[in-house]
Design a protein around this ligand. Structure first.
Ligand SMILES: [Zn+2]
Length: 496
């Protein structure tokens, strides 16, 4: 530690990370996709006119009583089961009291000392198990909107059901935190309990982060970065905060506990407020709502509704389709993508190996899907259309190169693979006499290369294959060109 410069960050990531170990915990807020709010019958649709979806209860008017949304509880139970958490038979909603314009009641109903579930876990790609300390249900607040000359309050979101999923502080890098977040995101989407839409704020997270000297066991003072709403921003915010805290510690200062906001434009965190302590909220059990009881029968009924989850699907894809783990992981990250893959595999009907289907989807298809900001509700190409194209490839009607051309054409004009292949005469030529005649021409045209091939020089053969394919404009069946050329060269050798 001979570095005497104060406050100068070492941009080499080895610097702070060699010296300090980051300790990261995530609190994920996930909006449940119920039709109505957690304690009233107001709709939860995104994008309505301001304050369109409100009633006396979510406006905080006196004289109305909350009634819990059964579907929200059912969804919450499914989430608990999906991460192996223990469900409490009796849990309690408490008032978390604070004043904010988007919270007209003056308190938020949330679960405090008795959350409905605890002690879940999941396993990261690197094999590390991350514990989930607790998951609780709570209602969301409204939204303050600040204009040029005035501020407004929109209470459409007030009372929307949320799950808060709290991890143990057990992650040690931005990569681990993002992997954890992606896995939770995939689970809620598979379960169908949330749309997971990060742009609309349905899935967002608070990041707790502290540094401690490598080898130390005691936790350092942490800061909390609020409401980060994309995987990329979580990664950037953590990377920035690690550097910032390392600078502070290197200069001999100590970290002050604080709530921060991440500004995506500048890539920096800034202080929002110093951290209030939990007792300031004066939690107490909601008197207008009895405890929530969850019976073992209800848990069993929910367990029966849990679909195959990402981890299990990934393993099955590896086993059933004989594809590598990395391909299976990519395909199962989104539930719709996994279904799309299976549907294309069914469509090609064994004519193409699933590994080739996986490659096509993970590279060609997803590149265009993302470039065109496509949605699964209306994807760039249906699984039937892609399956048809890949079947022609498998049947040898078109080459891999032509398949890519046809794919692009399909995206541009929406025609079927067959229509494009017919209209442009792209059918692969497997007529051996036609191929043999071009092979003979090429052999005559390149005597030097033919001599080199006979002298045992490798690579010349592929050059000659390339020349034949070039003449055919990519239409000759490459396997047949190979064998024809091989026969011709060997035959010539025998004859001479
Ligand atoms: Zn309402």
């Amino acid at each position: 530690m001979s570095d005497t410069s104060v406050g100068q960050s070492d941009q080499n990531s080895k610097g702070p990370l060699a010296k300090y170990e980051p300790v990261i915990g995530l609190e994920i807020h996930c909006q449940l996709s119920t039709a109505s709010k957690l304690f009233c019958a107001c709709k939860t649709d995104f994008g309505a006119l301001p304050n369109q979806h409100t009633c006396p209860l979510c406006l905080g008017l006196p004289g109305v009583l909350p009634v819990i949304n059964k579907t929200a509880v059912d969804y919450a139970i499914r989430m608990a089961l999906a991460v192996g958490a223990t469900i409490r038979e009796r849990s309690v909603f408490s008032r978390k009291q604070y004043f904010y314009p988007d919270l007209p009641k003056g308190f938020q109903l949330t679960q405090y000392d008795l959350p409905y579930c605890e002690h879940g876990h999941l396993t990261l790609d690197n094999g590390r198990r991350i514990n989930i300390e607790r998951i609780h249900m709570e209602e969301d607040a409204g939204k303050n909107i600040h204009g040029d000359n005035a501020s407004y309050v929109d209470l459409n979101r007030a009372g929307t059901p949320l799950l808060e999923i709290v991890s143990a502080p057990e992650m040690h890098s931005a990569e681990e935190a993002v992997d954890y977040l992606r896995k939770i995101h995939a689970i809620v989407r598979y379960l169908g309990i949330s749309d997971g839409n990060m742009d609309e704020g349905s899935f967002r997270c608070d990041v707790n982060i502290s540094l401690r000297p490598r080898g130390a066991t005691k936790l350092g003072t942490r800061t909390e970065i609020k409401n980060v709403n994309s995987f990329r921003n979580v990664e950037k915010a953590i990377a920035y905060e690690i550097m910032r805290q390392a600078d502070v510690l290197d200069s001999g200062d100590s970290i002050r506990q604080a709530t921060l906001l991440f500004d995506a434009a500048s890539g920096r965190t800034a202080q929002m407020r110093s951290k209030e302590d939990a007792p300031d909220y004066r939690y107490f059990p909601e008197p207008d709502l009895g405890p929530l009881y969850i019976s073992s029968d209800r848990i069993k009924a929910m367990a029966a509704l849990i679909p195959e989850l990402p981890e299990a699907k990934k393993k099955r894809f590896q086993d059933d389709f004989n594809i590598p783990e990395s391909d299976a992981a990519q395909l199962t990250e989104q539930v719709e993508l996994a279904a799309f893959f299976e549907s294309v595999v069914a469509k090609v009907d064994g004519k193409v190996a699933p590994k080739i289907v996986a490659n096509w989807i993970n590279t060609e298809y997803m590149r265009e899907f993302n470039n065109r900001q496509s949605k699964w509700a209306k994807p760039i190409l249906s699984s039937d259309a892609l399956g048809e194209l890949l079947r022609y490839l498998g049947e040898g009607m078109i080459s891999g190169k032509i398949a890519k051309t046809v794919f692009e054409e399909m995206l541009e004009n929406g025609q079927s693979a067959k229509a494009i292949i017919d209209a442009k005469g792209l059918v692969q030529i497997s007529d051996t006499s036609e191929i043999n005649s071009v092979v003979t021409d090429i052999i005559a045209q390149f005597p030097d290369q033919v001599a080199q091939h006979r002298a045992g020089k490798p690579k010349v053969f592929s050059f000659l294959v390339g020349q034949v394919l070039k003449v055919s404009q990519g239409k000759f069946n490459p396997a047949l060109v190979n064998s024809s050329l091989k026969d011709a060269l060997d035959g010539d050798a025998r004859n001479s």
